[in-house]
Design a protein around this ligand. Structure first.
Ligand SMILES: [Zn+2]
Length: 208
């Protein structure tokens, strides 16, 4: 059973489809290709640098940018015309989300009955493109294979598995007031409710 501590449960609500899409730089449809495959096969996978940002700062996967000079402030607006990777630093991999289309609905395990999602957010690469994050990357791919198989039950459990994976990090980040808390919440398809303060904040405002 996936659940949050009561004080956190009270502060967050399930995100809507349009919120999740507004965070995303692209849809993930396929499993990652074998190591050494051409870049074209990384499109719409977790290895897609056009979605998640360049692994190496100011490099793109097709090579077009590799000897490019950063001549003006505007060079940060460039996107490679061939491979679609943004001309920027690898820090983008801390910020850029993707998403997975479910083509069905899944119940949000942290919402009320009727809080359903037909799209799942994929966290920026820094959360899963590491040895520690490997499980999370695998659970995104289990979601993809479940969508492909149209296996409703497995889609639901894979989303629960993603949440199970993120809840400990989310609770720790929240308790330590770490800035990652916002992104991790988004990765759980949650957003902070407006106008709802923590007990401590309410006390400070005198509204408790
Ligand atoms: Zn390129």
């Amino acid at each position: 059973m996936v659940s949050l501590p009561d004080d956190l449960h009270y502060l967050f609500r399930p995100a809507s489809r349009s919120e999740i899409l507004s965070w995303s730089f692209g849809v993930i449809r396929y499993l990652r290709p074998n190591i050494g495959s051409e870049w074209i096969y990384t499109r719409n996978t977790l290895n897609d640098e056009a979605i998640f940002g360049p692994k190496e700062s100011y490099h793109c996967v097709c090579g077009f940018f590799n000897n490019f000079e950063r001549t003006s402030d505007y060079s940060d607006l460039l996107i490679c015309p061939t491979c679609g990777v943004k001309f920027t630093t690898s820090n983008a991999r801390r910020e850029r989300f993707g998403h997975i289309e479910l083509y069905t609905v899944a119940q949000h395990p942290l919402g009320n009955e009727g809080d359903v999602l037909d799209v799942i957010p994929v966290l920026p690469a820094m959360y899963w493109d590491t040895h520690v994050g490997m499980q999370l990357a695998n659970s995104y791919e289990i979601t993809l294979t479940s969508v492909e198989a149209k296996d409703q039950h497995r889609i639901q459990t894979s989303f629960e598995y993603i949440l199970d994976n993120l809840i400990p990090q989310f609770v720790t980040a929240y308790r330590k007031s770490h800035p990652d808390v916002v992104a991790i919440a988004k990765g759980m398809a949650l957003v902070r409710k407006e106008g709802v303060g923590t007990r401590k904040e309410n006390k400070e405002k005198g509204t408790a």
